[in-house]
Ligand binder design. Structure first.
Ligand code: NDP
Ligand code: MG
Length: 381
C-alpha cells in the first residue's frame, strides 16, 4: 500500500489522481491533501477518501470545515500546504497545485525524504536547480506526471544517458493552432479555453494556446533529464497521440503513445517501475486514427516558446521571471483585463526589464518572483 499526500486535490490533475486512488483501493490510500477555495468539492473528497489532514487556502473555510469534520485535522494557508507536503504518514507527494506556490512545499517534502510525483511545472521552471540539487542530496526520486516528460521517462527506461542524442517534445498546438497571428488579436477567453485534445485546468489551457506550456516543458525537461537546451526539440503533432520521444546516437527514436488521458502518466508516476491496468478510459486504436501528423515548430508564430528557450539558456533568475510574468499575465487574461496577445507582450517586457542573477538562492527566487508580479501588475495599470 502506497500512502499519498496530494497537493491541489480539487484541480484537474488532483481529481484524476483521486480517480486512480479510487480505482485501486488496495494499492493507494490518501492520507493528506491541500485544496484552494473549492469547499464544495473538498467536502465530497473528504467524505469519500477520509484523509487525516486537510489544508485549505483560507482561514474562513478552515473554520467552517473543522466544525463539520471534527475527526480530521485542518490547517490553512501556505503553512498548511507545507504541512501537507511533509505529512509523516505519506510516502509520496503528488504536487498538482497550480503555480510557483508549489516550490517551497516541494523542497520541504524532498528534505523529508518523500518521493515526488510532479505535475506542477512552475516549481521546476522557477527553481529547477534547487529542486534537483535537493533531490540528489536527499536521494529522492522526482517522477514526472506531465505527459511529455512521462513519455520521455518511459522511453529512457533501460537506456544509458550517454546515448541520448536529443529529446523531442510533441506539442498539440493548443486552441489556436490553425490561426494566424492577426487572427489572434480579438480571441476571447472562452475560445482560448477550448482545447482540441486535452481537458485541463484554465491556466495550462491558456498556456497551451500561447505555446508557453511547451516552453515551460522545455525548461522542465532540461532539469528533469539534465540535458542542455540544444538537445531539446519541439515538434508540432496535432493528434496528441505520441506524447514525446527520445532520439539516440544510433538514430533510433523511442516514443510513448497513448490516448490523451492524463490518468495514464499520473498512474505511472504512482506505480513506477511497475504498472497497473487503467480501470476506465479507452485503449489506443491506431487503425481508427489512421494518420499522425508532424510539423516543424514556428517560433515566430509562437513567441512564448522562443522566450522560454531564451530564458532557459540565460538561466539564473530569468526562468523565474518568465514564469512569474506569465502567471500574472494569464491570470489577467482570464479575468478579462488584457487581450490574448498581450500575454506575450507582458512576458517579453518583464524579461527585457530583468538582469539575470546566476545560481540564485531560494530567498532570491522568491523575491524576484514577487517583484516580477508587481512589475507586470504596474504595466497592467
Ligand atoms: P487546476 O487549476 O485545475 O487546479 C489547481 C489546483 O491548485 C486546485 O486544487 C486549486 O484549488 C489549487 N490552488 C490554486 N491556487 C492555490 C493556492 N494559492 N493555494 C492553494 N491551492 C491552490 O490546475 P491543473 O490541475 O490543470 O494543473 C495543476 C498543475 O499541473 C499546473 O502546474 C499545470 O501546469 C500542471 N499540469 C496540468 C496538466 C493537466 O492536464 N491539467 C497536465 C500537465 C501538467 P481550488 O480549485 O480548490 O481553488
Ligand atoms: Mg504536458
Amino acid at each position: 500500500m502506497k500512502t499519498i499526500s496530494l497537493m491541489g486535490a480539487t484541480g484537474s490533475i488532483g481529481t484524476q489522481t483521486l480517480d486512480i486512488i479510487r480505482e485501486h483501493p488496495e494499492e493507494f490510500s490518501l492520507k493528506a491533501m491541500s485544496v484552494g477555495k473549492n469547499v464544495v468539492l473538498t467536502r465530497k473528497i473528504i467524505e469519500e477518501f477520509q484523509p487525516e489532514l486537510v489544508s485549505v487556502q483560507n482561514y474562513i473555510d478552515y473554520n467552517t470545515l473543522k466544525e463539520e469534520y471534527p475527526h480530521i485535522k485542518f490547517i490553512y494557508g501556505e503553512e498548511g500546504i507545507m504541512e501537507t507536503a511533509t505529512y509523516e504518514k505519506a510516502d509520496i507527494l503528488v504536487n498538482a497545485v497550480l503555480g510557483s506556490i508549489g516550490l517551497n512545499p516541494t523542497l520541504k517534502a524532498i528534505e523529508a525524504g518523500k518521493t515526488i510525483a510532479i505535475a506542477n511545472k512552475e516549481t521546476l521552471v522557477t527553481a529547477g536547480h534547487l529542486v534537483m540539487e535537493a533531490a540528489s542530496k536527499h536521494n529522492v526520486a522526482i517522477l514526472p506526471v506531465d505527459s511529455e516528460h512521462s513519455a520521455i521517462f518511459q522511453s529512457l527506461q533501460g537506456e544509458k544517458d550517454k546515448n541520448i542524442e536529443r529529446l523531442i517534445l510533441t506539442a498539440s498546438g493548443g486552441s489556436f493552432r490553425d490561426r494566424t497571428r492577426s487572427e489572434l488579436e480579438n480571441v476571447t477567453v472562452e475560445e482560448a479555453l477550448n482545447h482540441p485534445n486535452w481537458s485541463m485546468g484554465a491556466k495550462i489551457t491558456i498556456d497551451s494556446a500561447t505555446m508557453m506550456n511547451k516552453g515551460l516543458e522545455v525548461i522542465e525537461a532540461h532539469w528533469l533529464f539534465d540535458l542542455p537546451y540544444e538537445k531539446i526539440d519541439v515538434l508540432l503533432h496535432k493528434e496528441s497521440i505520441i506524447h514525446s520521444m527520445v532520439e539516440f546516437h544510433d538514430s533510433s527514436i523511442k516514443a510513448q503513445l497513448g490516448t490523451p488521458d492524463m490518468r495514464v502518466p499520473i498512474q505511472y508516476a504512482l506505480t513506477y517501475p511497475d504498472r497497473l491496468p487503467l480501470a476506465t478510459g479507452k485503449r489506443l486504436d491506431l487503425a481508427k486514427i489512421g494518420q499522425l501528423h508532424f510539423q516543424e515548430m514556428d517560433f515566430k508564430r509562437f513567441r512564448c516558446l522562443q522566450f522560454a528557450y531564451e530564458a532557459g539558456k540565460i538561466g539564473g533568475t530569468m526562468p523565474t521571471v518568465l514564469n512569474a510574468a506569465n502567471e500574472t499575465a494569464v491570470a489577467a487574461f482570464l479575468q478579462g483585463k488584457i487581450r490574448f496577445l498581450q500575454i506575450e507582450d507582458l512576458v517579453e517586457k518583464a524579461l527585457n526589464h530583468h538582469q539575470t542573477v546566476e545560481f540564485p538562492s531560494l530567498d532570491l527566487i522568491q523575491e524576484i518572483d514577487k517583484e516580477t508580479r508587481k512589475y507586470v501588475n504596474t504595466l497592467l495599470r
